[in-house]
Design a protein around this ligand. Structure first.
Ligand code: HEC
Length: 182
């Protein structure tokens, strides 16, 4: 009787041991790739025995991180000279005197005919890939239809600012808009 229950206990122990080994063998491998957008690339690289390099998403361009040359790249030389000695405070006055602020507001929650000028410098850096923010703003004022901002109509912004404003006035306006950034 005693011997029988001992044999049973041994058998039970053996069954539990085998089951544990089997369960452990089926458990997921913790070093295997976690489901992620990079998993495919990781598996390919691992198969090729290569180092896995995850490229970080680039930060959006921002005026605060750009050099003077990057901000003003591509400008016509005359205009670049005017911008170098521009006065943003005068640009702000010109924006009122010329009715810009009738269509552009610094407050993005105020719906106006034109895009908000909040962080206008940063937006200008991102609108057209390869265009510097100063070049984009200069072009936006002198030929507004060269690039039409998504969600806004073309031909609404007056097309004649380059006729009625001096180059220095436009440079002052651009320097004022460039000063609007995070
Ligand atoms: C009658 C309305 C109106 C007036 C006045 C006006 N704009 Fe605009 N502006 C627009 C509209 C609409 C757009 C968007 C369509 C486009 O890109 O042309 C725009 C776009 C712009 C942009 C590009 C903005 C961006 O976020 O990319 C700049 C810069 C700009 N205007 C500057 C000016 C300046 C400077 C003046 C005054 C000298 C002015 N605007 C006067 C309507 C106006």
């Amino acid at each position: 009787m005693q011997a029988l229950s001992q044999r049973r206990a041994t058998l039970l122990f053996a069954v539990v041991l085998i089951l544990s080994i089997a369960i452990a063998a089926c458990a997921p491998n913790p070093s295997a790739g976690v489901l992620s957008p990079e998993l495919g690339a990781k598996l390919v690289a691992e198969a090729a025995n290569a180092e896995v390099e995850v490229v970080p998403t680039p930060e959006p361009l921002a005026i605060a991180d750009m050099t003077e040359e990057q901000i003003t790249a591509g400008l016509p030389p005359d205009f670049a000279a005017a911008l170098a000695q521009a006065h943003p405070e005068n640009g702000e006055k010109l924006a009122t005197a010329n009715g810009c602020i009738g269509c552009h507001s610094l407050d993005p929650s105020v719906q106006m005919t034109g895009p908000s000028w909040m962080d206008a410098g940063d937006h200008a850096a991102r609108r057209v890939p390869g265009e510097s923010p100063a070049f984009y703003l200069y072009t936006s004022i002198t030929s507004p239809n060269a690039f039409v901002v998504d969600g806004f109509p073309q031909n609404i912004m007056p097309q004649n600012f380059s006729d009625i404003l001096s180059e220095q006035d436009i440079a002052d306006l651009v320097s004022y808009l460039l000063s609007q950034h995070e």
